[in-house]
Design a protein around this ligand. Structure first.
Ligand code: FES
Length: 226
């Protein structure tokens, strides 16, 4: 019998997404299911994607294809808080470049990197459709923050750092997020082991569908209980 990595709660959320589609089209819920899985684990290991595939009755490669196509899905561990800064031209002309430099200096990392304490991952994003609110940052794909100049950035970092200290943020398997061990089966004790497999992610042509939003119309938390 396969060990489970997704909790009962996560599976219930996925099942709720499945009910939105005809019974013979469960696979249509794959994006929502992956979002639920990422909410729980912080990122999508191959083992977690395998479980999503089994639950949806899909070929595992089809799930990998979806996860590797959309930039909001993470195929390697991230910090508890992923900060995605739009660096496209309209935002760059309205403070995003300075915001990027401020974040890099404060966090001591560059784009695509995670702080040593596992709290923050910094990423570049494409237009969120909120150009008038620049600089804009998307926190963990769900919370849009606007007009993020240095004072606002400092405030956000302080807020999120305190939340991370309380154990909040993406993923419940904090040790795994920091790369200290593999994901655990739901309800099992921590254990050692080798790093999870990471499927290849195509480097070009990723869509940003579903990742954008505005401060007045925030992006929907996929798979969240409604
Ligand atoms: S260019 Fe940054 S939100 Fe549009």
């Amino acid at each position: 019998m396969e060990s489970r990595l997704l909790s009962d709660s996560a599976l219930r959320r996925i099942d709720r997404e499945i009910t939105k589609y005809p019974p013979d089209q469960k696979r249509s819920a794959v994006i929502a299911a992956l979002a639920v899985a990422q909410d729980e684990h912080g990122w999508l290991s191959a083992e977690v994607m395998d479980e999503v595939a089994r639950h949806l009755g899909m070929a595992t490669v089809a799930v990998y294809e979806v996860a590797s196509f959309y930039s909001m899905f993470e195929l390697k561990p991230t910090g508890r808080y992923k900060l995605t800064l739009c660096t496209n031209l309209p935002c760059a002309l309205s403070g995003a470049t300075a915001a990027a430099e401020h974040l890099k200096r404060k966090l001591g990392i560059g784009f695509g990197e995670t702080t040593g304490d596992g709290k923050f991952t910094l990423k570049e994003g494409e237009c969120f459709g909120a150009c008038g609110d620049a600089p804009v940052i998307l926190v963990n794909n769900k919370r849009m923050t606007s007009f993020m100049n240095p004072p606002q950035l400092d405030q956000l970092l302080d807020e999120l750092s305190a939340a991370a200290d309380r154990g909040e943020g993406a993923g419940k398997h904090a040790n795994y997020i920091r790369g200290e061990g593999p994901p655990r089966a739901a309800g099992s004790a921590p254990s050692g082991g080798s790093a999870a497999r990471e499927p290849e992610r195509p480097s070009q042509g990723r869509a940003r569908a579903g990742e954008a939003g505005t401060s007045s119309n925030p992006p929907q938390a996929w798979g969240d209980p409604s």
